[in-house]
Design a protein around this ligand. Structure first.
Ligand SMILES: Cc1cc2nc3c(=O)[nH]c(=O)nc-3n(C[C@H](O)[C@H](O)[C@H](O)COP(=O)(O)OP(=O)(O)OC[C@H]3O[C@@H](n4cnc5c(N)ncnc54)[C@H](O)[C@@H]3O)c2cc1C
Length: 402
């Protein structure tokens, strides 16, 4: 640690969002004791989002005390950031306070698709993307007879995990997938998924018309006019991010993620960095996941530490290599992927996959807690060599067009 020459830390860093990326970044910054870190988060507890599908199916709320995963040197402010003033270097909070910063890390994560764009969805479909939504949905599921039809819209990781969790309890689940079941998967691994879904009696609806166009209290309607009975409709398709960056006049990508360079520094201000699901380095965001959020948090913190040391920050280099899927309470498949996050024909299933998936939950919070105790200890070994190649290709194409 750097020696503190005065009693008051001189450098103020504000982190917006106490999720996987924000907590990792905040802890890592405590390597220097001349930095005062303030973490702003709307809830007093950390939410393990990747367990929310289990909460929907009856498990307790997956929350962890920040004391367990956050360095005691970090000040937690339970509030919501409502505006960023990049020129004045301040963040305004919903509760009325204003925080000044020397550096800001933007990590407010992601949420569900905007349901107002689908007829009836805002009223009759239920998202899973945050704790409050998952708790509400759980109450609705609990109050619904177990024989009643449940429809899960969207077959990405969240959709598949919710559908299989509920089907494992004997519920009558239909999974409306869109063109293909879980687009991320390699076709060979997709066949294994389909087999497992069939074992659980999940009614899988796939194809160009497997798109929900309207939701009512007792049914969903598909693009081709088909109507499926649905007493509980769960919406997992699509994705959104908080519009805080856009509202604050900062450059974003089309989805609203903060646009940065490859050092995760905002293209508008070298005092603002982004990490996690809300970051868009070079407009080529990583897959929204805990797997990328933690290393992105570490890179963003390292970039600030480098600037304070008058060093050039490193460019982000994060490979992925796999994605784990729970397929019911006692089964999982690990889809192996290239470092550039393209699924391969290889996967792990059976007891080993189940062990990997179930141990990953505790491992992630243990990593955050270790970074709190030993800041700077987190390492990410997977590197993606293809990203630079892709960025160069894109630059060449832009030059040719110009
Ligand atoms: C059901 C489910 C299962 C999943 N399973 C997996 C999985 O198996 N593997 C995997 O890698 N990923 C999984 N994910 C995705 C993963 O949870 C996210 O990609 C990950 O949480 C992103 O981390 P983050 O730090 O960017 O954001 P988050 O973890 O979402 O944290 C962001 C935090 O910022 C807070 N915030 C938002 N707005 C503001 C504001 N204005 N001011 C202050 N704070 C704010 C939020 O409340 C939240 O606490 C799953 C997600 C869901 C919903």
């Amino acid at each position: 640690m750097t020696a503190n020459t005065t009693n008051t830390p001189a450098i103020k860093v504000v982190v917006i969002g106490g999720g996987y990326a924000g907590v990792m970044a905040a802890n890592r910054l405590t390597q220097r004791d001349d930095i005062a870190v303030t973490l702003v988060n709307p809830r007093p507890k950390f939410v393990e989002r990747l367990r929310l599908h289990q909460h929907v199916a009856g498990e307790p709320a997956p929350v962890v005390d920040y004391q367990e995963i956050l360095s005691e040197r970090i000040q937690l402010v339970v509030d919501t950031a409502t505006g960023i003033n990049a020129t004045g270097r301040t963040v305004t909070l919903g509760g009325g306070d204003t925080l000044a910063y020397d550096y800001l890390i933007y990590a407010p994560g992601s949420g569900s698709f905007d349901l107002t764009s689908i007829s009836g969805a805002e009223e009759f479909a239920h998202p899973v993307a945050n704790l409050e939504a998952a708790s509400r949905l759980r109450e609705i599921v609990d109050a619904t007879p177990s024989s009643a039809p449940v429809t899960v819209v969207g077959s990405g990781a969240t959709g598949v995990e919710v559908a299989t969790e509920l089907a494992d309890q004997g519920r009558a689940v239909t999974l409306v997938c869109g063109k293909v079941l879980c687009p991320y998967l390699h076709p060979r691994v997709r066949r294994k998924f389909a087999k497992r879904l069939a074992q659980l009696n999940v009614n899988v609806i796939v194809g160009p018309d497997a798109i929900v166009t309207a939701v009512s209290s007792h049914a969903v309607q598909l693009q081709d006019g088909r109507e499926l009975p649905s007493e509980v409709t769960i919406w997992t398709a699509g994705f959104s991010v908080p519009d805080l960056a856009r509202r604050s006049g900062l450059s974003t990508d089309d989805t609203g993620r903060l646009l940065t360079d490859e050092t995760l520094t905002s293209v508008d201000s070298d005092r603002i960095l982004a990490a996690g699901d809300s970051a868009s380095p070079s407009g080529m965001p990583f897959r929204a996941s805990c797997a990328t959020a933690r290393p992105l948090g570490a890179f963003a913190a390292d970039a600030i530490l480098a600037r304070l040391d008058k060093r050039q920050p490193k460019e982000v280099n994060i490979g992925t290599g796999f994605q784990c899927f729970a397929l019911g309470r006692n089964a999982a498949i690990v889809q192996l992927a290239s470092m550039h996050d393209v699924a391969t024909r290889f996967s792990i299933s059976g007891a080993l996959a189940q062990k990997i998936k179930s141990s990953s939950y505790g491992l992630l919070t243990e990593e955050l807690s270790k970074e709190a105790r030993k800041p700077g200890s987190f390492t990410w070994r997977f590197k993606d060599k293809k990203r630079r190649e892709k960025l160069n290709q894109r630059r060449d194409m832009t030059r040719q067009v110009a």
